[in-house]
Design a protein around this ligand. Structure first.
Ligand code: 6PG
Length: 257
C-alpha cells in the first residue's frame, strides 16, 4: 500500500478505452495548465502501453485539435541507452507515434541524448538541460506539469528498476543506472523529479501487470522490490488501469479523480 499519499484508481474496460481516457486527461491537463502558464511541460513514458494514446492524440482530431501543441514542451521520463533512430528508443517511439504528426518545433522537443556512449555523461547532459530549461538554482527541482508513466511486470516504472542504486538517489535529477536484466545502462528521471510533477498519470494495461499492480498499490510498502511505490506525488498519482491489469485488486480502493 502506498502509505501517506493518496492515489486514484480509474478502471477502464480495455486498452482502447485506456488510450481514450489518457488522451482526454492529457487534453484536459494541457488546457487547464495553459490557462495559467505559457507552456505545458510533459515527460513522456516509453514502452508499448502509451503508444495507442500517442497515436490517438496525433490522429484523432477530437484530441489533436484540442491541444495548443505550440505551447507544449516534451521531455522523456526515461530512455534506453541507444541512439534516437534505434528501434528500442523511447524518443523514436514518441516521434513515430506522435511528434512527427503534430506541429511542434525542434526547440520544443527535449530528448535524452542517449547516443552518448558514456551513459553517465548523457544523464549529466540531460540534468543540465533541465536546469537550464527550468532555470533552476542549486538545490531546486524542476516541476513538470505532467509525467506519464508505465508499470513493468516487475514493479518498475520509468527506468527505476528493483534493486538498482538509483532508487535511493535523492540528489540528482537524472541518473544512468546499470540494469543487469538488460545488461545495459538506462537513463531515467529520478523519483524526486516525478514526485514534484504537478500531475502524474500511470497507464497500466494487461494481465501481465496484474501481480505487480496489486503489489504496488495494495501490497506492503517495499519500494526496493516495487519501485513504482516511490512515486507518490503530493497531488496523488492517477492510475489508469484496464480490467485485466486490475484483476487482482481488492476493493475498497480509491476511485476517480
Ligand atoms: C520503458 C518505460 C518502462 C515502461 C514499462 C511498461 O522505457 O520501457 O519507461 O518503464 O513504462 O516497462 O512497459 P510496457 O508499456 O511496454 O508494458
Amino acid at each position: 500500500m502506498i502509505e501517506g499519499r493518496p492515489y486514484y484508481l480509474r478502471l477502464v474496460s480495455s486498452p482502447e478505452e485506456l488510450a481514450r481516457e489518457a488522451g482526454a486527461e492529457f487534453v484536459r491537463l494541457a488546457a487547464d495548465t495553459l490557462e495559467g502558464k505559457q507552456n505545458f511541460s510533459v515527460a513522456l513514458a516509453g514502452g508499448s502501453t502509451p503508444q495507442r494514446m500517442y497515436r490517438l492524440l496525433a490522429e484523432d482530431e477530437r484530441y489533436r485539435d484540442s491541444v495548443a501543441w505550440d505551447r507544449a514542451e516534451f521531455f522523456w521520463g526515461d530512455e534506453r541507452h541507444v541512439p534516437p533512430d534505434h528501434p528500442d528508443s523511447n524518443y523514436r517511439m514518441a516521434f513515430d507515434t506522435l511528434l512527427r504528426h503534430i506541429r511542434v518545433s525542434p526547440a520544443q522537443v527535449h530528448r535524452i541524448e542517449a547516443e552518448n556512449p558514456d551513459a553517465s555523461m548523457a544523464a549529466k547532459a540531460y540534468e543540465d538541460l533541465l536546469v537550464r530549461h527550468f532555470r533552476l538554482s542549486p538545490g531546486e527541482w524542476p516541476q513538470l506539469d505532467l509525467a506519464l508513466l508505465g508499470l513493468g511486470g516487475d514493479g518498475h516504472t520509468a527506468s527505476l528498476f528493483p534493486g538498482t542504486d538509483v532508487l535511493e538517489d535523492r540528489q540528482h535529477l537524472v541518473a544512468a543506472p546499470w540494469v543487469e536484466k538488460f545488461h545495459s545502462f538506462r537513463l531515467t528521471l529520478t523519483a524526486n523529479v516525478f514526485n514534484r510533477a504537478r500531475h502524474v498519470i500511470f497507464l497500466v494495461s494487461g494481465k501481465d501487470k496484474a501481480t505487480a499492480l496489486k503489489a504496488v498499490l495494495q501490497g506492503k510498502d517495499q519500494p526496493q522490490l516495487f519501485p513504482a511505490q516511490l512515486i507518490r506525488p503530493a497531488s496523488g498519482a492517477l492510475w489508469l488501469c484496464d480490467r485485466d491489469a486490475a484483476s487482482l485488486l481488492v476493493e475498497p480502493y480509491f476511485q476517480g479523480q
